[in-house]
Ligand binder design. Sequence first.
Ligand code: ADP
Ligand code: MG
Length: 247
Amino acid sequence: MQTQDNLILNVQHLEKRFGENLVLRDIDFQVRPGQVTSIIGSSGSGKSTLLRCLNLLEDPTGGDILYHGQSILDAKFNVNKYRTQVGMVFQSFNLFKNFTALENCTVGQRKLLGRSKEEAEAIALKNLEKVGMAPYRDARPDQLSGGQQQRVAIARALSMDPEVLLFDEPTSALDPEMVGEVLETMTQLAKEGLTMIIVTHEMAFARDVSTNIVFMDQGVIVEQGPAKEIIDMPKQERTKAFLTRYT
Ligand code: ADP
Ligand code: MG
């Protein structure tokens, strides 16, 4: 049994309603350093809402999210600092259209972390190299393929030195031939020990790269555990039915 003190995130009885619509109910899960957690489930099951709550893009309506034991919902909690520590990569990349790849990777570092231009550029280049995009440092998003844009978005997120990276269906907006390069980049980050939470429909990736899987349906966690156990030996009927459709 592992102790509480090495938890990065501890989600407790999390609830989210939009008006009458109860979208997340009694969500409990934990994230430890180096874990890669894949969140799987049908469209509309609440996966994005859960990630958005973790990043405080949505305000939970119940329960709690502890970051190193501290509630991120506390009025005194430093949300801006937290968002540099728990970064997000979106399905639609969300790069700044008028900035080059390099500028996309330096702007947050300069504004939010107060790094000098030189330092920010050195860190950005290191991360663009890591995702194989250094040769495109001066390209603007519209000059890049979707897969390349997503890799720049990952380099941008890495440049903030996050403790955890959240990914919301990072390959869903990509043409099929570009999915592999992004999954490869994420696999490499997993091997380097980066803590990640990934909403994905890529079941082979979820099985082989994640340490943990959370299966959601209709706003609840139906089943969670070690990745290979959940994919190869699901216990719940709803998990089995979902996996039959996806694998
Ligand atoms: P998933 O990412 O698993 O497809 P979502 O988290 O996007 O699911 O959505 C879960 C449910 O919450 C859906 O029924 C959706 O319509 C609802 N929902 C999501 N965002 C909002 C919002 N901003 N306002 C109202 N309802 C929302
Ligand atoms: Mg979603």
